[in-house]
Write a protein that binds this ligand. Structure first.
Ligand SMILES: [Fe+2]
Ligand SMILES: [Fe+2]
Length: 468
């Protein structure tokens, strides 16, 4: 095997995945005669050589090279989904390409792959094996039977919607930056999908709020605050039209940040007085952007409120400072709470070590009734759990698990649903198993008890990958 580090292996893995995706698509639309084949096959060849062979596997909606999971972002998301779909239609679990493989074999394989639509995936695999003949350098591995089709599908769907919302936020914020326009209509369509999905499957979307990225902090943060706010709104039983408004208001609570220079927003060190001044003005910048809209309606006024109130504090202790204290709106109370929680648990550029979910929650609870409305805080805790979604737990069996769902029964709030990520010896599991900590063994004892909360920063772990 080669001595590449994980980053290099990631890059080479993605290169092969991208080229496979492109070539299968070309095979579908243009067949074997297209000028793109040569360069793309060349790229595969060079990546395979550098890595001393590449085995690309698809497991539970993610791609792996060997044991390294390929980290997905918006740029390579389409390629990942395309490859996984192609693997699925032809019952392929892995493609192994060894150095010195014959480019013609790969071309034959991919041409058949792209141009065939087999009646069953198993027949697809037969077709592909036939196309390979005895091409020694390339092996196909049959896909294992999926564990739970239904579960996998809903995770997939939530992920696609999360990414679509992320793109919409970026588009809107960029367009505000360039021409000060605020295309509300487009956001409404995206919000419809998000609300529908959240009502049908609240678990997966909430888990995705662990997806944080400091390069695109503002966009991820906007979507996370939106999903958290909607989850609180759902818990409160708000009707759908209200959820849609709450969703859009929370998604654009930081719209005013598009008026602050990026190098200030992403400054690694502390802000100086002037910069703080600018930062403190973003709630008002947001208001100014929206009121400029022609024909501002009820929805626009919600967005204005969300932007204006989200740093104000329930007791008025935040900013902007008002001459007279006013009661915060329901949306403002929800958004300010979710905003604070996501900001504390995220690795912003100027705050590289994020707080663990449970530490953030504790800190916020200490401000309950002051900066945060105490009733709303209770709803918030019920929504994300005492051990919030994304918390890493060491169990008394030695297993490590990550919380993916709060227990809906408040009496069992300290026994959430957990995705097990290691076995009792701390060895990482290939396919995380999902369990409820309420499970009992003989004698009515609980099968697992929480020993302590682990900090993923100490373990150099990225919890978000367990939600993708
Ligand atoms: Fe803000
Ligand atoms: Fe924010």
């Amino acid at each position: 095997m080669s001595d590449l580090d994980e980053r290099e292996l990631q890059a080479l893995g993605w290169e092969v995945a991208r080229q496979l995706f492109v070539l299968i698509r070309i095979a579908r639309t243009h067949g074997a005669n297209n000028e793109a084949w040569g360069p793309a096959l060349g790229k595969v060849n060079s990546a395979v050589k550098q890595a001393d062979g590449i085995a690309l596997r698809a497991v539970d909606g993610a791609l792996y090279v060997g044991d390294v999971r390929l980290k997905v972002d918006r740029e390579n998301y389409t390629a990942q989904e395309g490859v996984i779909r192609a693997f699925g239609t032809h019952c392929v679990g892995a493609v192994e390409i060894n150095p010195g493989f014959d480019a013609m074999d790969l071309k034959n394989l991919l041409t058949t792959w792209g141009s065939s639509s087999p009646p069953t995936p198993e027949q697809g695999l037969e077709l592909l094996s036939g196309a390979l003949g005895d091409g020694e350098g390339i092996h196909l591995v049959k896909a294992p039977k999926p564990k739970s089709e239904e579960q996998k599908d809903s995770r997939h769907m939530a992920k696609a919607i999360y990414i679509r919302t992320l793109t919409a936020v970026e588009d809107v914020m960029e367009s505000v930056k360039i021409n000060q326009a605020f295309p509300l209509k487009r956001s409404k369509r995206v919000m419809q999908r998000l609300v529908d999905n959240l009502l049908a499957d609240p678990v997966n979307l909430l888990g995705l709020t662990n997806l944080r990225c400091y390069d695109e902090y503002t966009y991820h943060h906007s979507v996370n605050v939106c999903v958290l706010s909607l989850s609180v709104g759902r818990r409160l039983g708000l009707p759908k039209p209200m959820l849609a408004h709450l969703g859009i208001a929370s998604m654009f609570h930081d719209l005013g940040k598009s008026r602050i220079p990026v190098d200030v927003l992403n400054k690694p060190g502390e802000f100086d007085d002037h910069e703080w001044d600018m930062i403190r003005r973003h709630p008002v910048y947001g208001v100014k952007t929206i009121v400029k809209l022609k024909g501002a309606d009820e929805l626009a006024s919600r967005v204005v409120t969300g932007s204006f109130e989200h740093h104000m504090g329930y007791d008025g202790s935040g900013y902007p400072k008002l001459p007279r204290q006013r009661t915060m709106s329901l949306y403002g109370r929800i958004i300010s709470m979710c905003d604070c929680y996501d900001a504390m648990t995220s690795a912003r550029v100027y705050n590289r070590t994020p707080a663990t979910p449970e530490r953030a929650l504790k800190l916020m609870l200490s401000k309950s009734g002051k900066a945060f409305d105490s009733v709303m805080m209770k709803v918030f805790v019920n929504t994300i759990g005492i051990f919030p979604v994304g918390t890493l737990l060491l169990l008394d069996t030695g297993e490590i698990g990550v919380v993916f769902q709060a227990n809906e029964d408040p009496a069992q709030g300290d026994r959430p649903y957990v995705r097990m990520i290691t076995d009792t010896h701390g060895r990482e599991l290939d396919t995380p198993e999902e369990v409820s900590l309420t499970e009992t063994i003989a004698g009515g004892k609980f099968r697992w008890n929480i020993t302590r909360i682990l900090d993923p920063n100490d373990l150099e772990m990225d919890v978000s990958e367990f939600f993708l």
